[in-house]
Design a binder for this molecule. Structure first.
Ligand SMILES: *[C@@H]1O[C@H](CO)[C@@H](O)[C@H](O)[C@H]1NC(C)=O
Ligand SMILES: *[C@@H]1O[C@H](CO)[C@@H](O)[C@H](O)[C@H]1NC(C)=O
Length: 355
């Protein structure tokens, strides 16, 4: 995952998920960025459990404190996190001075230094994998190979840093100990405390909509929403064949209320809509959903409903017309009655005024 994507993630626009259903993850994202004209870089930290942001810190915030993003993490809020963040703030500000030197950059430039690290566990809670990755100026920098405990350098600048870190093998070893130990224990605790929210599975509600472009192309869009966790599969089938090549997807995106949304669209010639079926698979669904485009009058239920409404409408219109006719007849009748006592002229005047 590139650091460009990571930056989006930090802005809360996009949450990427590599998690398989049933497994869980704890991820930390740290960013230090120099601010033009300011002596102190800005430091931000975001912590995710699965798809859920649980903690955040921003050195630019007035409170200068860690913010909890879910009620259940409150119990976990301790000096541990305050201490960790304060340490990280200092460390990352220092790195922001050191790393540009590896690239021969002159002093006083504007740079960013990022780190993402975390661990994943299987659904039974045991360690599945850990990762630690650094970025500099929006690009990959150093990545820990957790198998060999070596650092993978992305370019010549990072190579200088790699040599330094590999001179002291304890740096990589401590990462391994942390990722397989403390990280997993924290995650297990969070999963226990937040199980009502984290271990739930809200199934998607899904529907198919049809769109026509100006050149006559028809697009069927399969939309899923209100689901949790984010992991979902939307596949368009044409007469049973998966249409992966011709399908346009959007990234699964958070709705803002803790649930997720996604759509998949497929283009076709008008008239072949009936050949396409959207398959929706999600942890919250006992079986996959299969959806087709339902044109408005093809469905018996819908057309029966429409007929009922039309009949009702007709009845109301007839009722109103009859009623108005009756009232106007009776009014005219009474007027005519009085008019006849006066003159025919009067009746004509009033009739003209009425129409
Ligand atoms: C947990 O699940 C993983 C993968 O399914 C398996 O390899 C591992 O042995 C399990 N661990 C325990 C303690 O059951
Ligand atoms: C920095 O400058 C030194 C000396 O000129 C050079 O050997 C080195 O390759 C440069 N490093 C980078 C990352 O460009």
């Amino acid at each position: 995952m590139g650091f460009f994507v990571l930056s989006l993630l930090l802005l809360g626009i996009l949450v990427l998920t590599e998690i398989r259903a049933g497994s869980h993850s704890l991820k930390y994202f740290y960013t230090a960025a120099s601010q033009p004209g300011l002596a102190e870089p800005r430091f931000t930290a975001v912590v995710y459990v699965d798809d859920q942001q649980v903690l955040s810190f921003d050195s630019d915030s007035p409170s200068q404190r860690i913010e909890t993003r879910t009620p259940w993490i409150e119990q976990e809020m301790s000096n541990y996190w305050e201490l960790k963040t304060r340490e990280a703030t200092l460390r990352y500000r220092m790195c922001l001075q050191k790393v540009p030197v590896y690239y021969n950059h002159s002093e006083g430039g504007v740079h960013t230094y990022q780190r993402q690290a975390g661990c994943e566990v299987f659904s039974n809670g045991s360690f599945s994998r850990g990762f630690a990755q650094y970025g500099f100026d929006g690009r990959d920098y150093l990545t820990l190979d957790t198998g060999t405990l070596r650092w993978v350098a992305a370019d010549a600048g990072a190579l200088n840093n790699k040599r330094k870190w590999e001179a002291d093998q304890r740096i990589a070893e401590n990462w391994k100990i942390y990722l397989e130990g403390e990280c997993v224990h924290s995650l297990q605790r969070y999963l226990e405390n937040g199980k009502e929210r984290l271990l739930r599975a809200d199934p998607p509600s899904a529907r198919v909509t049809r769109h026509t472009s100006s050149d006559g192309e028809v697009t069927l869009k399969c939309r899923a929403q209100d689901f949790y966790p984010a992991e979902i599969s939307l596949v368009w089938l044409r007469e049973g064949e998966e249409q992966l090549q011709d399908t346009e997807f959007i990234e699964t995106r958070p709705a803002g209320d803790g649930t997720f949304q996604k759509w998949a669209a497929v283009e076709m010639l008008s008239g072949s809509e009936h050949k396409y079926t959207c398959r929706v698979q999600h942890e919250g669904l006992p079986e996959p959903l299969f959806l087709k485009w339902e044109s408005q009058f093809s469905s018996i239920g819908l057309s029966a409903g429409v007929i009922t409404i039309l009949l009702l409408l007709a009845a109301v219109i007839i009722g109103v017309v009859v009623w108005r006719k009756n009232t106007s007849d009776s009014k005219r009748g009474s007027y005519t009655a009085t008019a006849s006592n006066d003159s025919a002229q009067g009746s004509d005047v009033s009739f003209t005024a009425r129409t």
